[in-house]
Design a protein around this ligand. Sequence first.
Ligand code: GDP
Ligand code: MG
Length: 207
Amino acid sequence: MSSRKKTLLKVIVLGDSGVGKTSLMQQFVNGKFSHQYKATIGADFLTKELNIDDKNVTIQLWDTAGQERFQSLGVAFYRGADCCVLVYDVTNAKSFEHLGFWKDEFLIQANIKNPNSFPFVVLGNKIDIDESKRTVANKKAMQWCEEKGNIPYFETSAKEAVNIDQAFDIVARNAFQQELENEAEFNEDYSDAINIQLDGDQGGCAC
Ligand code: GDP
Ligand code: MG
């Protein structure tokens, strides 16, 4: 079935403050890196048009705009997400240890029905920084991702634009797949609702 409806993919980017979430999005969408992005108020998103297997889609990347410190992101931020990107900084072990927290937080807040099949992507950012400052080994991160259900893992540098397009290509593809499944589920729910309505009608009215 062909559809003229435009596909919008909602992607949430989570992780500790300072790991480079805003920088990664800016590098992917605008091809720019700046040493400081001001924390703006309220949830922010950036969009980019992409082509996945000859289909035009719009990817909408939601940024936490600094509230991640206070954990008050609100329901609208998470609603309808198609993929969740978890970011840590390879020179900051705490930010890696917190990935599980961000993953669980997402699943709860977004009210994900099938947590085991929901697409996540993990990014270990700031790999341009000198190896001697690295505190999370590649192997350790890969193992974590494997244990959590084979989550795709990329090591990135927002500063030097390393692996950004590769990572977001997987994000977009997995989000697209999830969006198709969400749509199918919605159609199923909708036909169930119609059936209930019809059953009700057949039962007649008590008045
Ligand atoms: P956020 O709080 O997760 O959104 O992080 P930001 O994008 O604001 O980045 C926090 C700090 O880390 C800023 O000073 C960035 O310039 C810096 N930063 C972000 N990504 C990289 C990177 O890949 N390499 C290096 N060296 N610094 C980065
Ligand atoms: Mg930010």
